[in-house]
Design a protein around this ligand. Structure first.
Ligand SMILES: Cc1cc2nc3c(=O)[nH]c(=O)nc-3n(C[C@H](O)[C@H](O)[C@H](O)COP(=O)(O)OP(=O)(O)OC[C@H]3O[C@@H](n4cnc5c(N)ncnc54)[C@H](O)[C@@H]3O)c2cc1C
Length: 514
């Protein structure tokens, strides 16, 4: 490929990988800079001890609390970004999330574009990432112009029973939309073997719709993309006017390299993207690039999350129980005037998972680990985290990440937990919920998996870092397409929205480059 690119994309995850795909398919030449490498295809990426306990596939770098205490961030730097280890639950934000939503702890701000403007990109994202589901099953599901490309992944018997019990209580459970290459009608043709290991693990048979498999590989096949791995972008430099990014400065194999293209897209994940811009401070941009609003790095949002085991009276031999979700408490309900959040099933805990759960000590008096694993129903509970300008990422003198974060909306999350707990005896379970660390739930006071919001988009340069096309207000050729652009995060998992937005910005860039 000749040494001229239309666009440099930094980061190959949900945002950057998808944008690279969209641009390459439109015939644009892309230089994709990724600090990670290709994830090895080994069974170790399925092993809970290796993946969760040893954290072998997580970054080894240190980040810092504001008081200087170091911590190990549980995030993944690979081609495909965090989607290599994600659970592939692909949900649309609810239509109400695009408006202002009142929560017990304050207001979740409205998005600057409507759900109707975003909808066609959700549909394209569902098709690109092989989503399985059924629109309209869930009363909070927003209007969709097309059905999912594939039917929902079926419930196994214990989950079918859970679905029936929830309906008996008057609830509206639905099939969790999932990005898997599974064909239940033709098991012989199905790439996915329904083995329960994709949830927080990488898929060795590449049947999970992650950004590497679905976007980066096909983009490379076009011949329009040059991927450089091991390329950690340190900072960006501009021309003398400060309006145009002219250099991407990269650390690679211990050397400094420089790259350039007419358009530069940062997509390194919400915390790293903001850090790159803050590290790019210059005379023209003394507080960091694109930061005339002072908002770069601020309003960090994640989710309030918890992971619980319920102990089912009947055994739960399900292999892949992550097929059910419930959003009856997503907005104000008869139960409370404020939103509580979203409940979804997780992959099945097995003995190996539980062996490394420190919080189970003392809870096993009348139960063996084997019993617990056989009877567990695994729940993931998620409530919205509200933007707060003081929840922010900064960089220290060495350019390392410092995370300032104080939880909010905790009362909503506690109510959601109590709500699930109150239903357990009617769901064929013992009455208590057992908190577990699995799926990164509780190891830190904040959740890095669903990081978002550090470079919010909007029409006004005083109150947003990016414009409506996700171009930095302060620059002519700098875009951001990862989770940074979210003004609010709702209570659903973020990837489908990141993917849809990357396709939306892709359309804009193809038009701009025409
Ligand atoms: C265990 C786990 C389970 C999850 N499950 C779900 C789920 O079921 N559904 C869902 O919607 N979401 C899920 N998520 C969240 C989802 O993975 C993220 O929201 C999504 O990947 C974020 O996309 P992104 O493009 O913003 O960033 P990422 O996907 O993190 O991509 C950022 C990329 O930039 C690269 N990078 C970082 N810094 C630099 C640099 N300086 N230079 C060059 N490259 C750089 C990284 O290596 C990475 O490839 C999960 C996350 C985890 C960790």
């Amino acid at each position: 490929m000749e040494n001229h690119y239309d666009v440099v994309v930094i980061g190959s995850g949900a945002g950057g990988g998808t944008l690279t795909y969209a641009l390459a398919m439109a015939g644009k030449k892309v230089l994709l800079l990724e600090r990670g490498d290709f994830l090895p295809r080994t069974k170790d990426t399925w092993d809970p001890k290796v993946v969760s306990t040893e954290g072998r596939y997580q970054t080894t770098e240190k980040w810092y609390m504001p008081d200087g205490t170091p911590f190990h961030p549980i995030i993944h730097y690979w081609v495909g970004g965090n989607t290599k280890f994600y659970g592939a639950a692909l949900l649309r934000l609810r239509e109400g999330d695009f408006g202002e939503v009142r929560h017990v702890d304050g207001v979740s701000p409205a998005w600057p574009i409507s759900y109707a403007e975003f909808e066609p990109y959700y549909t394209r994202a569902e098709h690109l990432y092989h989503a399985h589901g059924k629109h309209g099953e869930d009363p909070t599901d927003p209007p969709a112009s097309q059905e999912y490309p594939h039917p929902p992944v079926s419930h196994e018997p214990r989950i079918r029973q859970l679905d029936a019990d929830l309906r008996q209580l008057g609830h509206n459970p639905f099939h969790l939309p999932l990005g898997l290459m599974i064909d239940e009608q033709n098991p012989r043709k199905s790439k996915c073997i329904r083995c329960n290991t994709c949830d927080a693990f990488a898929c060795v048979v590449q049947a999970k719709s992650d950004a590497h498999v679905v976007c980066v590989e096909p983009a490379l096949d076009t011949g329009n993309v040059m991927l450089i791995t091991g390329a950690k972008v340190r900072s960006l430099e501009t021309n003398p006017s400060g309006r145009v990014v002219t250099k991407v400065v990269v650390e690679r194999n211990g050397e400094i390299e420089e790259y350039a293209a007419p358009i530069v897209v940062v997509s390194a994940g919400a915390l790293n993207s903001a850090a790159i811009l803050l590290r790019s401070a210059s005379d023209r941009h003394p507080n960091g690039l694109a930061n005339s609003s002072g908002l770069v790095g601020r309003n960090y949002i994640c989710h309030q999350n918890s992971t619980f085991l319920a102990i089912s009276q009947e055994p739960n031999p399900s292999i892949y129980p992550k097929t059910l979700a419930l959003s009856d408490f997503y907005f104000a309900s008869e139960d409370w005037e404020y939103p509580m959040g979203f409940i979804q099933m997780l992959g099945k805990s097995n003995v190996e998972d539980l062996r490394y759960e420190t919080r189970l000590e003392g809870m096993l008096e009348d139960m063996t680990l084997e019993d617990m694993a056989l009877h567990s129903l695994d729940f993931w509970l998620q409530s919205e985290d509200l933007p707060d300008p003081e929840n922010r990422v900064t960089v220290n003198r060495e350019g390392e990440i410092v995370l300032h974060y104080r939880k909010n909306n905790v009362a909503a999350h506690q109510r959601l937990i109590a709500k699930l707990q109150s239903m357990l005896s009617s769901l064929g379970c013992q009455e208590h919920l057992i908190p577990v660390d699995k799926y990164l739930g509780t190891q830190f006071p904040f959740n890095l998996a669903h990081q978002a919001g550090t470079l919010r988009f909007g029409p006004d340069p005083a109150t947003s870092a990016l414009d409506l096309n996700c171009k930095a207000h302060d620059l002519d050729n700098l875009y951001v397409v990862d989770a940074s652009f979210f003004p609010s995060v709702g209570a659903v998992n973020p990837s489908l929205t990141i993917i849809a937005n990357a396709l939306r910005v892709g359309d804009h860039l193809v038009e701009r480059l025409r």
